[in-house]
Design a binder for this molecule. Structure first.
Ligand code: MN
Length: 241
């Protein structure tokens, strides 16, 4: 038996083959036989509210709900792209919401689960914006806007970000090593799993003289990426689109 982790799918109507890959993966044997599936943020490119009546959120809810109804718990933690996703959608989609920084026991080993953006402490500009937009007030203001206005707002943000990076591919500063060590120390874990940086890898290092592990999930821009964890092995691999 094994537990599966994905993040940074950035599902978007402009990349239908990735949405299809996600649907295919969730109905496949590996997902159907898993102990649980964890989605650690940035499932979508932009989330404008649980009341979005577009096709993409409907298809996502259908896919996760079907897996969850089949008996596989589907956990979801918001990322920086979908932090407006809330209880309403979670209920419809059969998602169990997790706070960023939750510790779950995986086969006897406590493991810290994060989206990963709070660990990128060298990016001061980002951390400042993050603090502003995560307040209840900012979220309430955005969600009070008509759906069409929120759609336009998201499209504009995407255009700005594209103009800035020159492509659809996000370039993100990496995590800060001291932030990683400090966060793992406080959580009392020797294993951390996160996404966000789009730098898939299994890093092994020493934390206070003891072996520790940081597993970074890959993005789903060109192909899929999945982490499979069981009692003995952590395996990170790509999925063909
Ligand atoms: Mn992210």
């Amino acid at each position: 038996m094994s537990t599966l982790f994905i993040a940074d799918l950035h599902l978007d109507a402009t990349r239908p083959h990735i949405t299809e890959l996600f649907e295919r993966y969730l109905t496949g044997d590996e997902a159907r036989q898993a102990d649980a599936l964890y989605i650690l943020g940035d499932l979508v490119e932009a989330w404008i509210g649980d009341d979005d009546d577009a096709e993409l959120p409907r298809r996502i809810a259908q896919a996760t709900r079907t897996l969850s109804d089949s008996g596989v718990p589907v956990y979801f933690m918001v990322g920086n792209r979908d932090f407006l996703l809330g209880e309403d959608f979670a209920r419809r989609a059969g998602l169990r919401l997790l706070d960023d920084g939750t510790v779950h026991d995986l086969y006897g080993r406590p493991t810290l689960l994060m989206h990963g953006d709070v660990l990128c402490t060298d990016d001061l500009a980002y951390q400042t914006v993050r603090k502003q937009v995560r307040t209840a007030e900012w979220k309430a203001n955005i969600l009070a806007m008509p759906l069409e206005a929120r759609r336009a707002f998201a499209a504009k943000a995407r255009e700005d970000s594209r103009a800035h990076t020159g492509s659809t591919m996000e370039t993100i500063m990496d995590v800060n090593a001291d932030a990683v060590a400090g966060t793992m120390r406080v959580a009392g874990v020797d294993r951390l799993i996160h996404g966000h940086t789009h730098r898939p890898a299994i890093h092994r290092f020493a934390l206070d003289g003891r072996p520790a592990e940081r597993i970074v999930l890959g993005d789903w821009y060109e192909h899929g990426s999945v982490l499979r964890v069981d009692r003995n092995v952590s395996e990170l691999r790509g999925l063909d689109a």
